[in-house]
Design a protein around this ligand. Structure first.
Ligand SMILES: [Ca+2]
Ligand SMILES: [Ca+2]
Ligand SMILES: [Ca+2]
Ligand SMILES: [Ca+2]
Length: 490
């Protein structure tokens, strides 16, 4: 496989035009590097100096370089001591000084080139892969997973945990990717999240969700996960009393190890409940995004809810509408709004799931080492998104929780999804209350992730008290001003 083009396809460049028209250009500048297809200059130079190593060392020293070594002939590899490692503009001054040195016959600042390992891509051979219509489909009504895999991304090195009713850790299609460090049993307080088996298989949900993310590829069993080389764990937390503490403990499990948490639960979807995280779960979200992943922030993926029939609104669900979660809705195979779908403004994007009885459902691992082709509901959509996000993280380990939201918004698209509420927003993006910014696109998100420059840290308004009262802070009329508040932007 040849290395991919370093310039984006025309479609993405066209989108830039719309962006330029928008008033938010300044805010978006950090993301424009890949769109504008600019060169990235390094702090290294190739220099041609006849006369041997010693002379080259002297020249390096004279112009502020370290001689990194002899290449061949009279060519040397110089690294500058103070020029920044990566820059969008070349360092003219240094270049000119080198060129003008009478001992230097040629010099060139080195530009960073994109090179990919030429792994040969082979389509998964798993027996049920052909039935996973939503991963890859010749009619292109899919999540574009195959193109992401072809680019070399399969979730390697990324850890996802499913917060649910447990995970069948010894399932033959999960075992190889199972990660005990991404797993825990909060219900029973032990490290083993194995589901509790019942006659009706009530606790099959977590195992089904796990397979969507990281069912093993090419093992002759069932199908594949969208990130089939990711590590997968499960937290058993729904099979028992769910309290604020249970939620908080689940959301904050091993945050330096787990990259993505996928949750398909929330308050009652009965159309009359307004509820959200309480004190400890709120704190867990905040700690997750500020301290998780060494400060880059844990990624929380959330199912938007199944209360469509009750006209429930996901805006009334404090987990989906939290700014710390990526809230994911569903589309049916034919691109319709499913009967269970909730419409609201906090939905960010969409993946496929079940629809009417004639439409196909989701293929994944099932309890008792089985495989199912009938996983359904919005809960089937969030894990697919979690898997796609794992691919993006593999493409760029440096993404913050906020970068991920930018990437999801910028690469999701209306595709063939039908609804009468598509609207164009202020920056020219199509958005709908049923689908958010539309269908996730695994290939587009990894491509943008590869070259993404971190957005600026979140701006926060913090109210702080000024210091203890002192005589100096007493006003002329004798009133203390110590309780006066000041606001600061971090
Ligand atoms: Ca257990
Ligand atoms: Ca398999
Ligand atoms: Ca709901
Ligand atoms: Ca959210």
């Amino acid at each position: 496989m040849a290395s991919g083009p370093s310039c984006p396809p025309v479609g993405r460049r066209l989108r830039l035009k719309e962006l330029l028209l928008g008033p938010l250009l300044v805010l978006l500048v950090s993301g424009l590097e890949p769109i504008l297809c600019q060169k990235v200059y390094t702090n290294t130079w190739a220099v041609h100096i006849p006369g041997g190593q010693e002379g080259a060392d002297l020249i390096a020293n004279k112009h502020g370089f370290i001689n990194q070594g002899h290449v061949f002939g009279d060519y040397y590899h110089f690294r500058h001591r103070t020029v920044v490692k990566r820059s969008l503009s070349d360092h003219r001054g240094t270049q000119v000084r080198l060129e003008r040195d009478p001992k230097v016959t040629w010099a060139e600042q080195q530009v960073s080139k994109k090179r990919k390992k030429r792994d040969v891509y082979q389509e998964p051979s798993d027996p049920k892969f052909r039935d996973q219509w939503y991963l890859y489909n010749p009619n292109r009504r899919d999540l574009n997973a195959r193109s992401a895999w072809e680019l070399g991304y399969t979730g390697k090195g990324v850890v996802v945990s499913i917060l649910d009713d447990g995970i069948e850790k010894n399932h033959p299609d999960l075992m190889q990717n199972y990660d005990p460090d991404a797993s825990y049993d909060v219900n029973d307080g032990d490290p083993d999240p194995q589901p509790r088996y019942t006659q009706l298989n009530d606790n099959r949900h977590g195992t089904r969700c796990a397979g969507e993310v990281a069912a093993v590829a090419n093992n002759g069993i069932c199908g594949v996960g969208v990130a089939y080389n990711a590590k997968i764990g499960g937290v058993r937390m729904l099979d028992g009393e769910v309290t604020d503490m249970v939620e908080a403990q689940s959301l904050s499990l091993n945050p330096q190890h787990i990259d993505v948490y996928s949750a398909s639960w929330g308050p009652e979807d009965d159309g009359k409940t307004v509820d959200g995280p309480a004190k400890l779960a709120k704190e867990a979200f905040l700690r997750g995004v500020t301290e998780g992943r060494n400060g880059l922030g844990s990624i929380f993926v959330w199912a938007s809810g199944n209360g469509g029939r009750e006209l429930d609104s996901c805006n009334c669900d404090g987990y989906t509408n939290s700014i710390y979660t990526l809230s994911i809705s569903s589309s049916t195979q034919n691109g319709n709004v499913p009967w269970y779908s909730e419409a609201c403004s906090s939905t960010l994007a969409t993946t496929y799931s079940s629809g009417n009885p004639k439409e196909k459902q989701i293929v994944t691992t099932d309890l008792k080492s089985k495989c199912t082709d009938s996983h359904t509901g919005t809960s089937a959509s969030a894990p697919l998104a979690a898997g796609i996000i794992a691919l993006a993280l593999e493409a760029n380990k440096n993404l913050t929780w906020r970068d991920m939201q930018h990437l999801v918004v910028r690469t999701s698209h209306p595709a063939h999804l039908l609804t009468n509420d598509w609207r164009t927003n202020g920056v020219g993006r199509k958005v709908s209350h049923s689908y958010g910014y539309g269908l996730l696109d695994a290939s587009a998100i990894v491509a943008l992730a590869e070259t993404w420059t971190n957005v600026r840290p979140q701006r926060k308004c913090v109210i702080t008290m000024v210091s203890e009262p002192s005589y100096e802070t007493l006003r002329a009329d004798g009133l203390s001003v110590w309780a006066q508040q000041s606001r600061q932007v971090i």
